[in-house]
Design a protein around this ligand. Structure first.
Ligand code: AMP
Length: 538
């Protein structure tokens, strides 16, 4: 028997309409490229998004067209999230740190028709334009009076384009399971792969996220996570959905400007990746600043370290919520919100739990399996391939012929994890990064976190390098606080107290900086390639 309730074919634009109606004056604050602070609110964002949707329609663009953004976290990017998807087109967010070859591949593969481009990124597109076969028009994110000279085809300023738009535009009826947005994974091998989200999956994800991150209606959110990376963890949807004040840092993501925004805008909840917070904490440390308004910070994208957690808690009295997810999951899979039991625990016990990636949010199923695909117990010890299933997890990659899931709908995340009896998931490694030494596994993440606790260590990276006796052995790369090498023995002594003896790296290399990819993640393959013979030659 079918239920008697109404059929639901949602358009994400219903979110910004809701915000306009019920939270019209809630602020949306952006640091613009010039460094100036711009303030608007959900009512204005909604009206301008309607104008954008209508301008696109008048210009001949249709539902299903792919329209790209090469943009920073500002109110205009938020408007594009709604204006593009709301008229039925697909909002394709591009990462400005992509390697040119990857950017060309992605834009052509997606068949982008328009690219909305921030002024400082014009040179990037001018360098690629002759190879972008589907792009018909470039819309530059500035006022008419600020429009620079450019050789980009049919270039027009955003504000001029918007002028043709209708404030009373009615959003498209997008139909069931219609596509809404597109992101490409930052794959380290092979071509990047597209993940095509639907209106429904984005709304369901946003609703679930709201229940899983200790968010309160009066929170002021600092969204440092980029709008170009996995839909900024759903914030552009759940922020307006819940009427949260939204603050965006634009281009300035260093410690000082971030502190300034947090202080002036009274931020209570901040979202970002560990490297961003390391910069902010360092700034606070060096300038005797305290993050007094911040109650919670959500950290994900790569593993949270004990020293970051401790500094947030002990110096700033900020609660850290560790989260895990991936592009293929919209992205949220697990979060680590405090439980009532944790209030009675010692700091050490509490930290041990907070460092785990958390428990699944409602809607996401998790399991770990061994190499043959057999389920492993949730015993806190058995590590295996982490598999996921749920309504905002992809079925297949964009334009792929085959599904990316097994016959029961499970998607292999590529992460090696442990699940425990209480439902917590801990990432041990990426499957391709785990170090196989003499038939046993060493977690490069655990080793990095251990090294990170050493007072001289600013950044650490561990990779498995071929070894004549043990197949692979760990090699540790360190960037110190002042960039100068320290005694290897002091690092090894420190590590001996934290990890098993056979886990100790066979060598340590000091670098001035580590290679990071377009989304800030360590590019371990670069170090693996460069140092591939390090142990063989010894
Ligand atoms: P991306 O699709 O670029 O967001 O990358 C997703 C991958 O980032 C995951 O599969 C994990 O390997 C890694 N990742 C995300 N969050 C965390 C976390 N909290 N701890 C460790 N690794 C993480």
């Amino acid at each position: 028997m079918i239920g008697d309730m109404q059929k639901w074919t949602p358009n994400v634009a219903s979110i910004i309409e809701h915000a306009k109606q019920f939270h019209p004056t809630k602020e949306v604050v952006s640091r613009m490229v010039s460094g100036d602070i711009h303030k608007t609110n959900y009512e204005e964002v909604c009206i301008r998004a309607r104008k954008l949707a209508s301008a696109l329609e008048k210009d001949g663009y249709k539902p299903g067209d792919v329209i790209a953004t090469l943009a920073l976290n500002t109110y205009r990017h938020l408007e594009m999230y709604y204006g593009i998807s709301g008229m039925g087109a697909i909002n394709h967010t591009l990462n400005f740190r992509l390697h040119p070859e990857q950017a060309i591949y992605i834009i052509n593969h997606a068949e982008d028709k328009i690219i909305f481009c921030e002024v400082p990124f014009i040179p990037i597109l001018e360098g690629l334009k002759d190879k972008l076969v589907t792009v018909e028009k470039y819309i530059i994110l500035c006022d008419e009076s600020e429009m620079p000279e450019t050789g980009l085809k049919n270039a027009i300023s955003y504000e001029e384009y918007l002028k043709d738009g209708d404030e009373d535009y009615s959003w498209a009826d997008v139909g069931d399971d219609a596509a809404c947005a597109l992101c490409y994974t930052s794959g380290t091998t092979g071509n990047p792969k597209g993940v095509l989200y639907s209106h429904k999956s984005n709304i369901l994800h946003a609703q679930a996220a709201l229940t899983a991150m200790s968010i309160k209606p009066d929170d002021s959110i600092l969204m440092v996570v980029p709008l170009f990376h996995v839909l900024a963890w759903g914030i552009p949807y759940f922020g307006p959905m819940f009427g949260l004040k939204l603050v965006m840092p634009g281009m300035q993501m260093e410690g000082e400007p971030l502190y300034d925004l947090i202080d002036k805008e009274d931020i209570s909840l901040a979202f970002g990746v560990p490297t961003i917070w390391m910069g902010l904490l360092a700034y606070c440390r060096e300038n005797n600043k305290i993050l007094s308004s911040v109650k919670n910070t959500i950290i994900g994208g790569s593993a949270l370290s004990l020293s970051t957690l401790q500094e947030f808690d002990e110096v700033h009295d900020v609660n850290v919520i560790h989260a895990w997810g991936m592009t293929e999951m919209s992205p949220l899979g697990t979060t680590n919100i405090p439980t009532p039991e944790m209030e009675h625990m010692s700091k050490e016990e509490k930290y041990a739990i907070q460092l785990k990636q958390g428990r699944p949010i409602y809607g996401v199923e998790l399991k770990v399996v061994d190499d043959s695909g057999t389920d492993l117990p949730n015993d806190g010890e058995s590590q295996g391939h982490l598999m996921v299933r749920g309504p905002w997890i992809l079925q297949k990659y964009f334009k792929a012929e085959k599904d990316a899931v097994d016959k029961d709908g499970w998607f292999d995340t590529g992460d090696i994890s442990v699940l425990d009896e209480d439902g917590y998931m801990t990432i041990k490694d990426r499957a391709k990064d785990v170090i196989k030494s003499g038939g046993e596994w060493i977690s490069s993440i655990d080793l990095e976190n251990a090294a990170f606790g050493h007072p001289e260590v600013a950044e650490a990276c561990v990779v498995g390098i071929p070894h004549p006796k043990w197949d692979e052995r760990p090699l540790l790369f360190i960037v110190t606080g002042d960039g100068e090498p320290v005694e290897k023995e002091s690092i090894l002594d420190f590590l001996s107290s934290k990890v098993a003896k056979w886990w100790l790296p066979d060598d340590i290399i000091f670098l001035k900086e580590l290679p990071h990819g377009a989304t800030g993640k360590l590019q371990k393959f670069e170090l693996r390639d460069e140092y591939n013979n390090h142990y063989m030659e010894k």
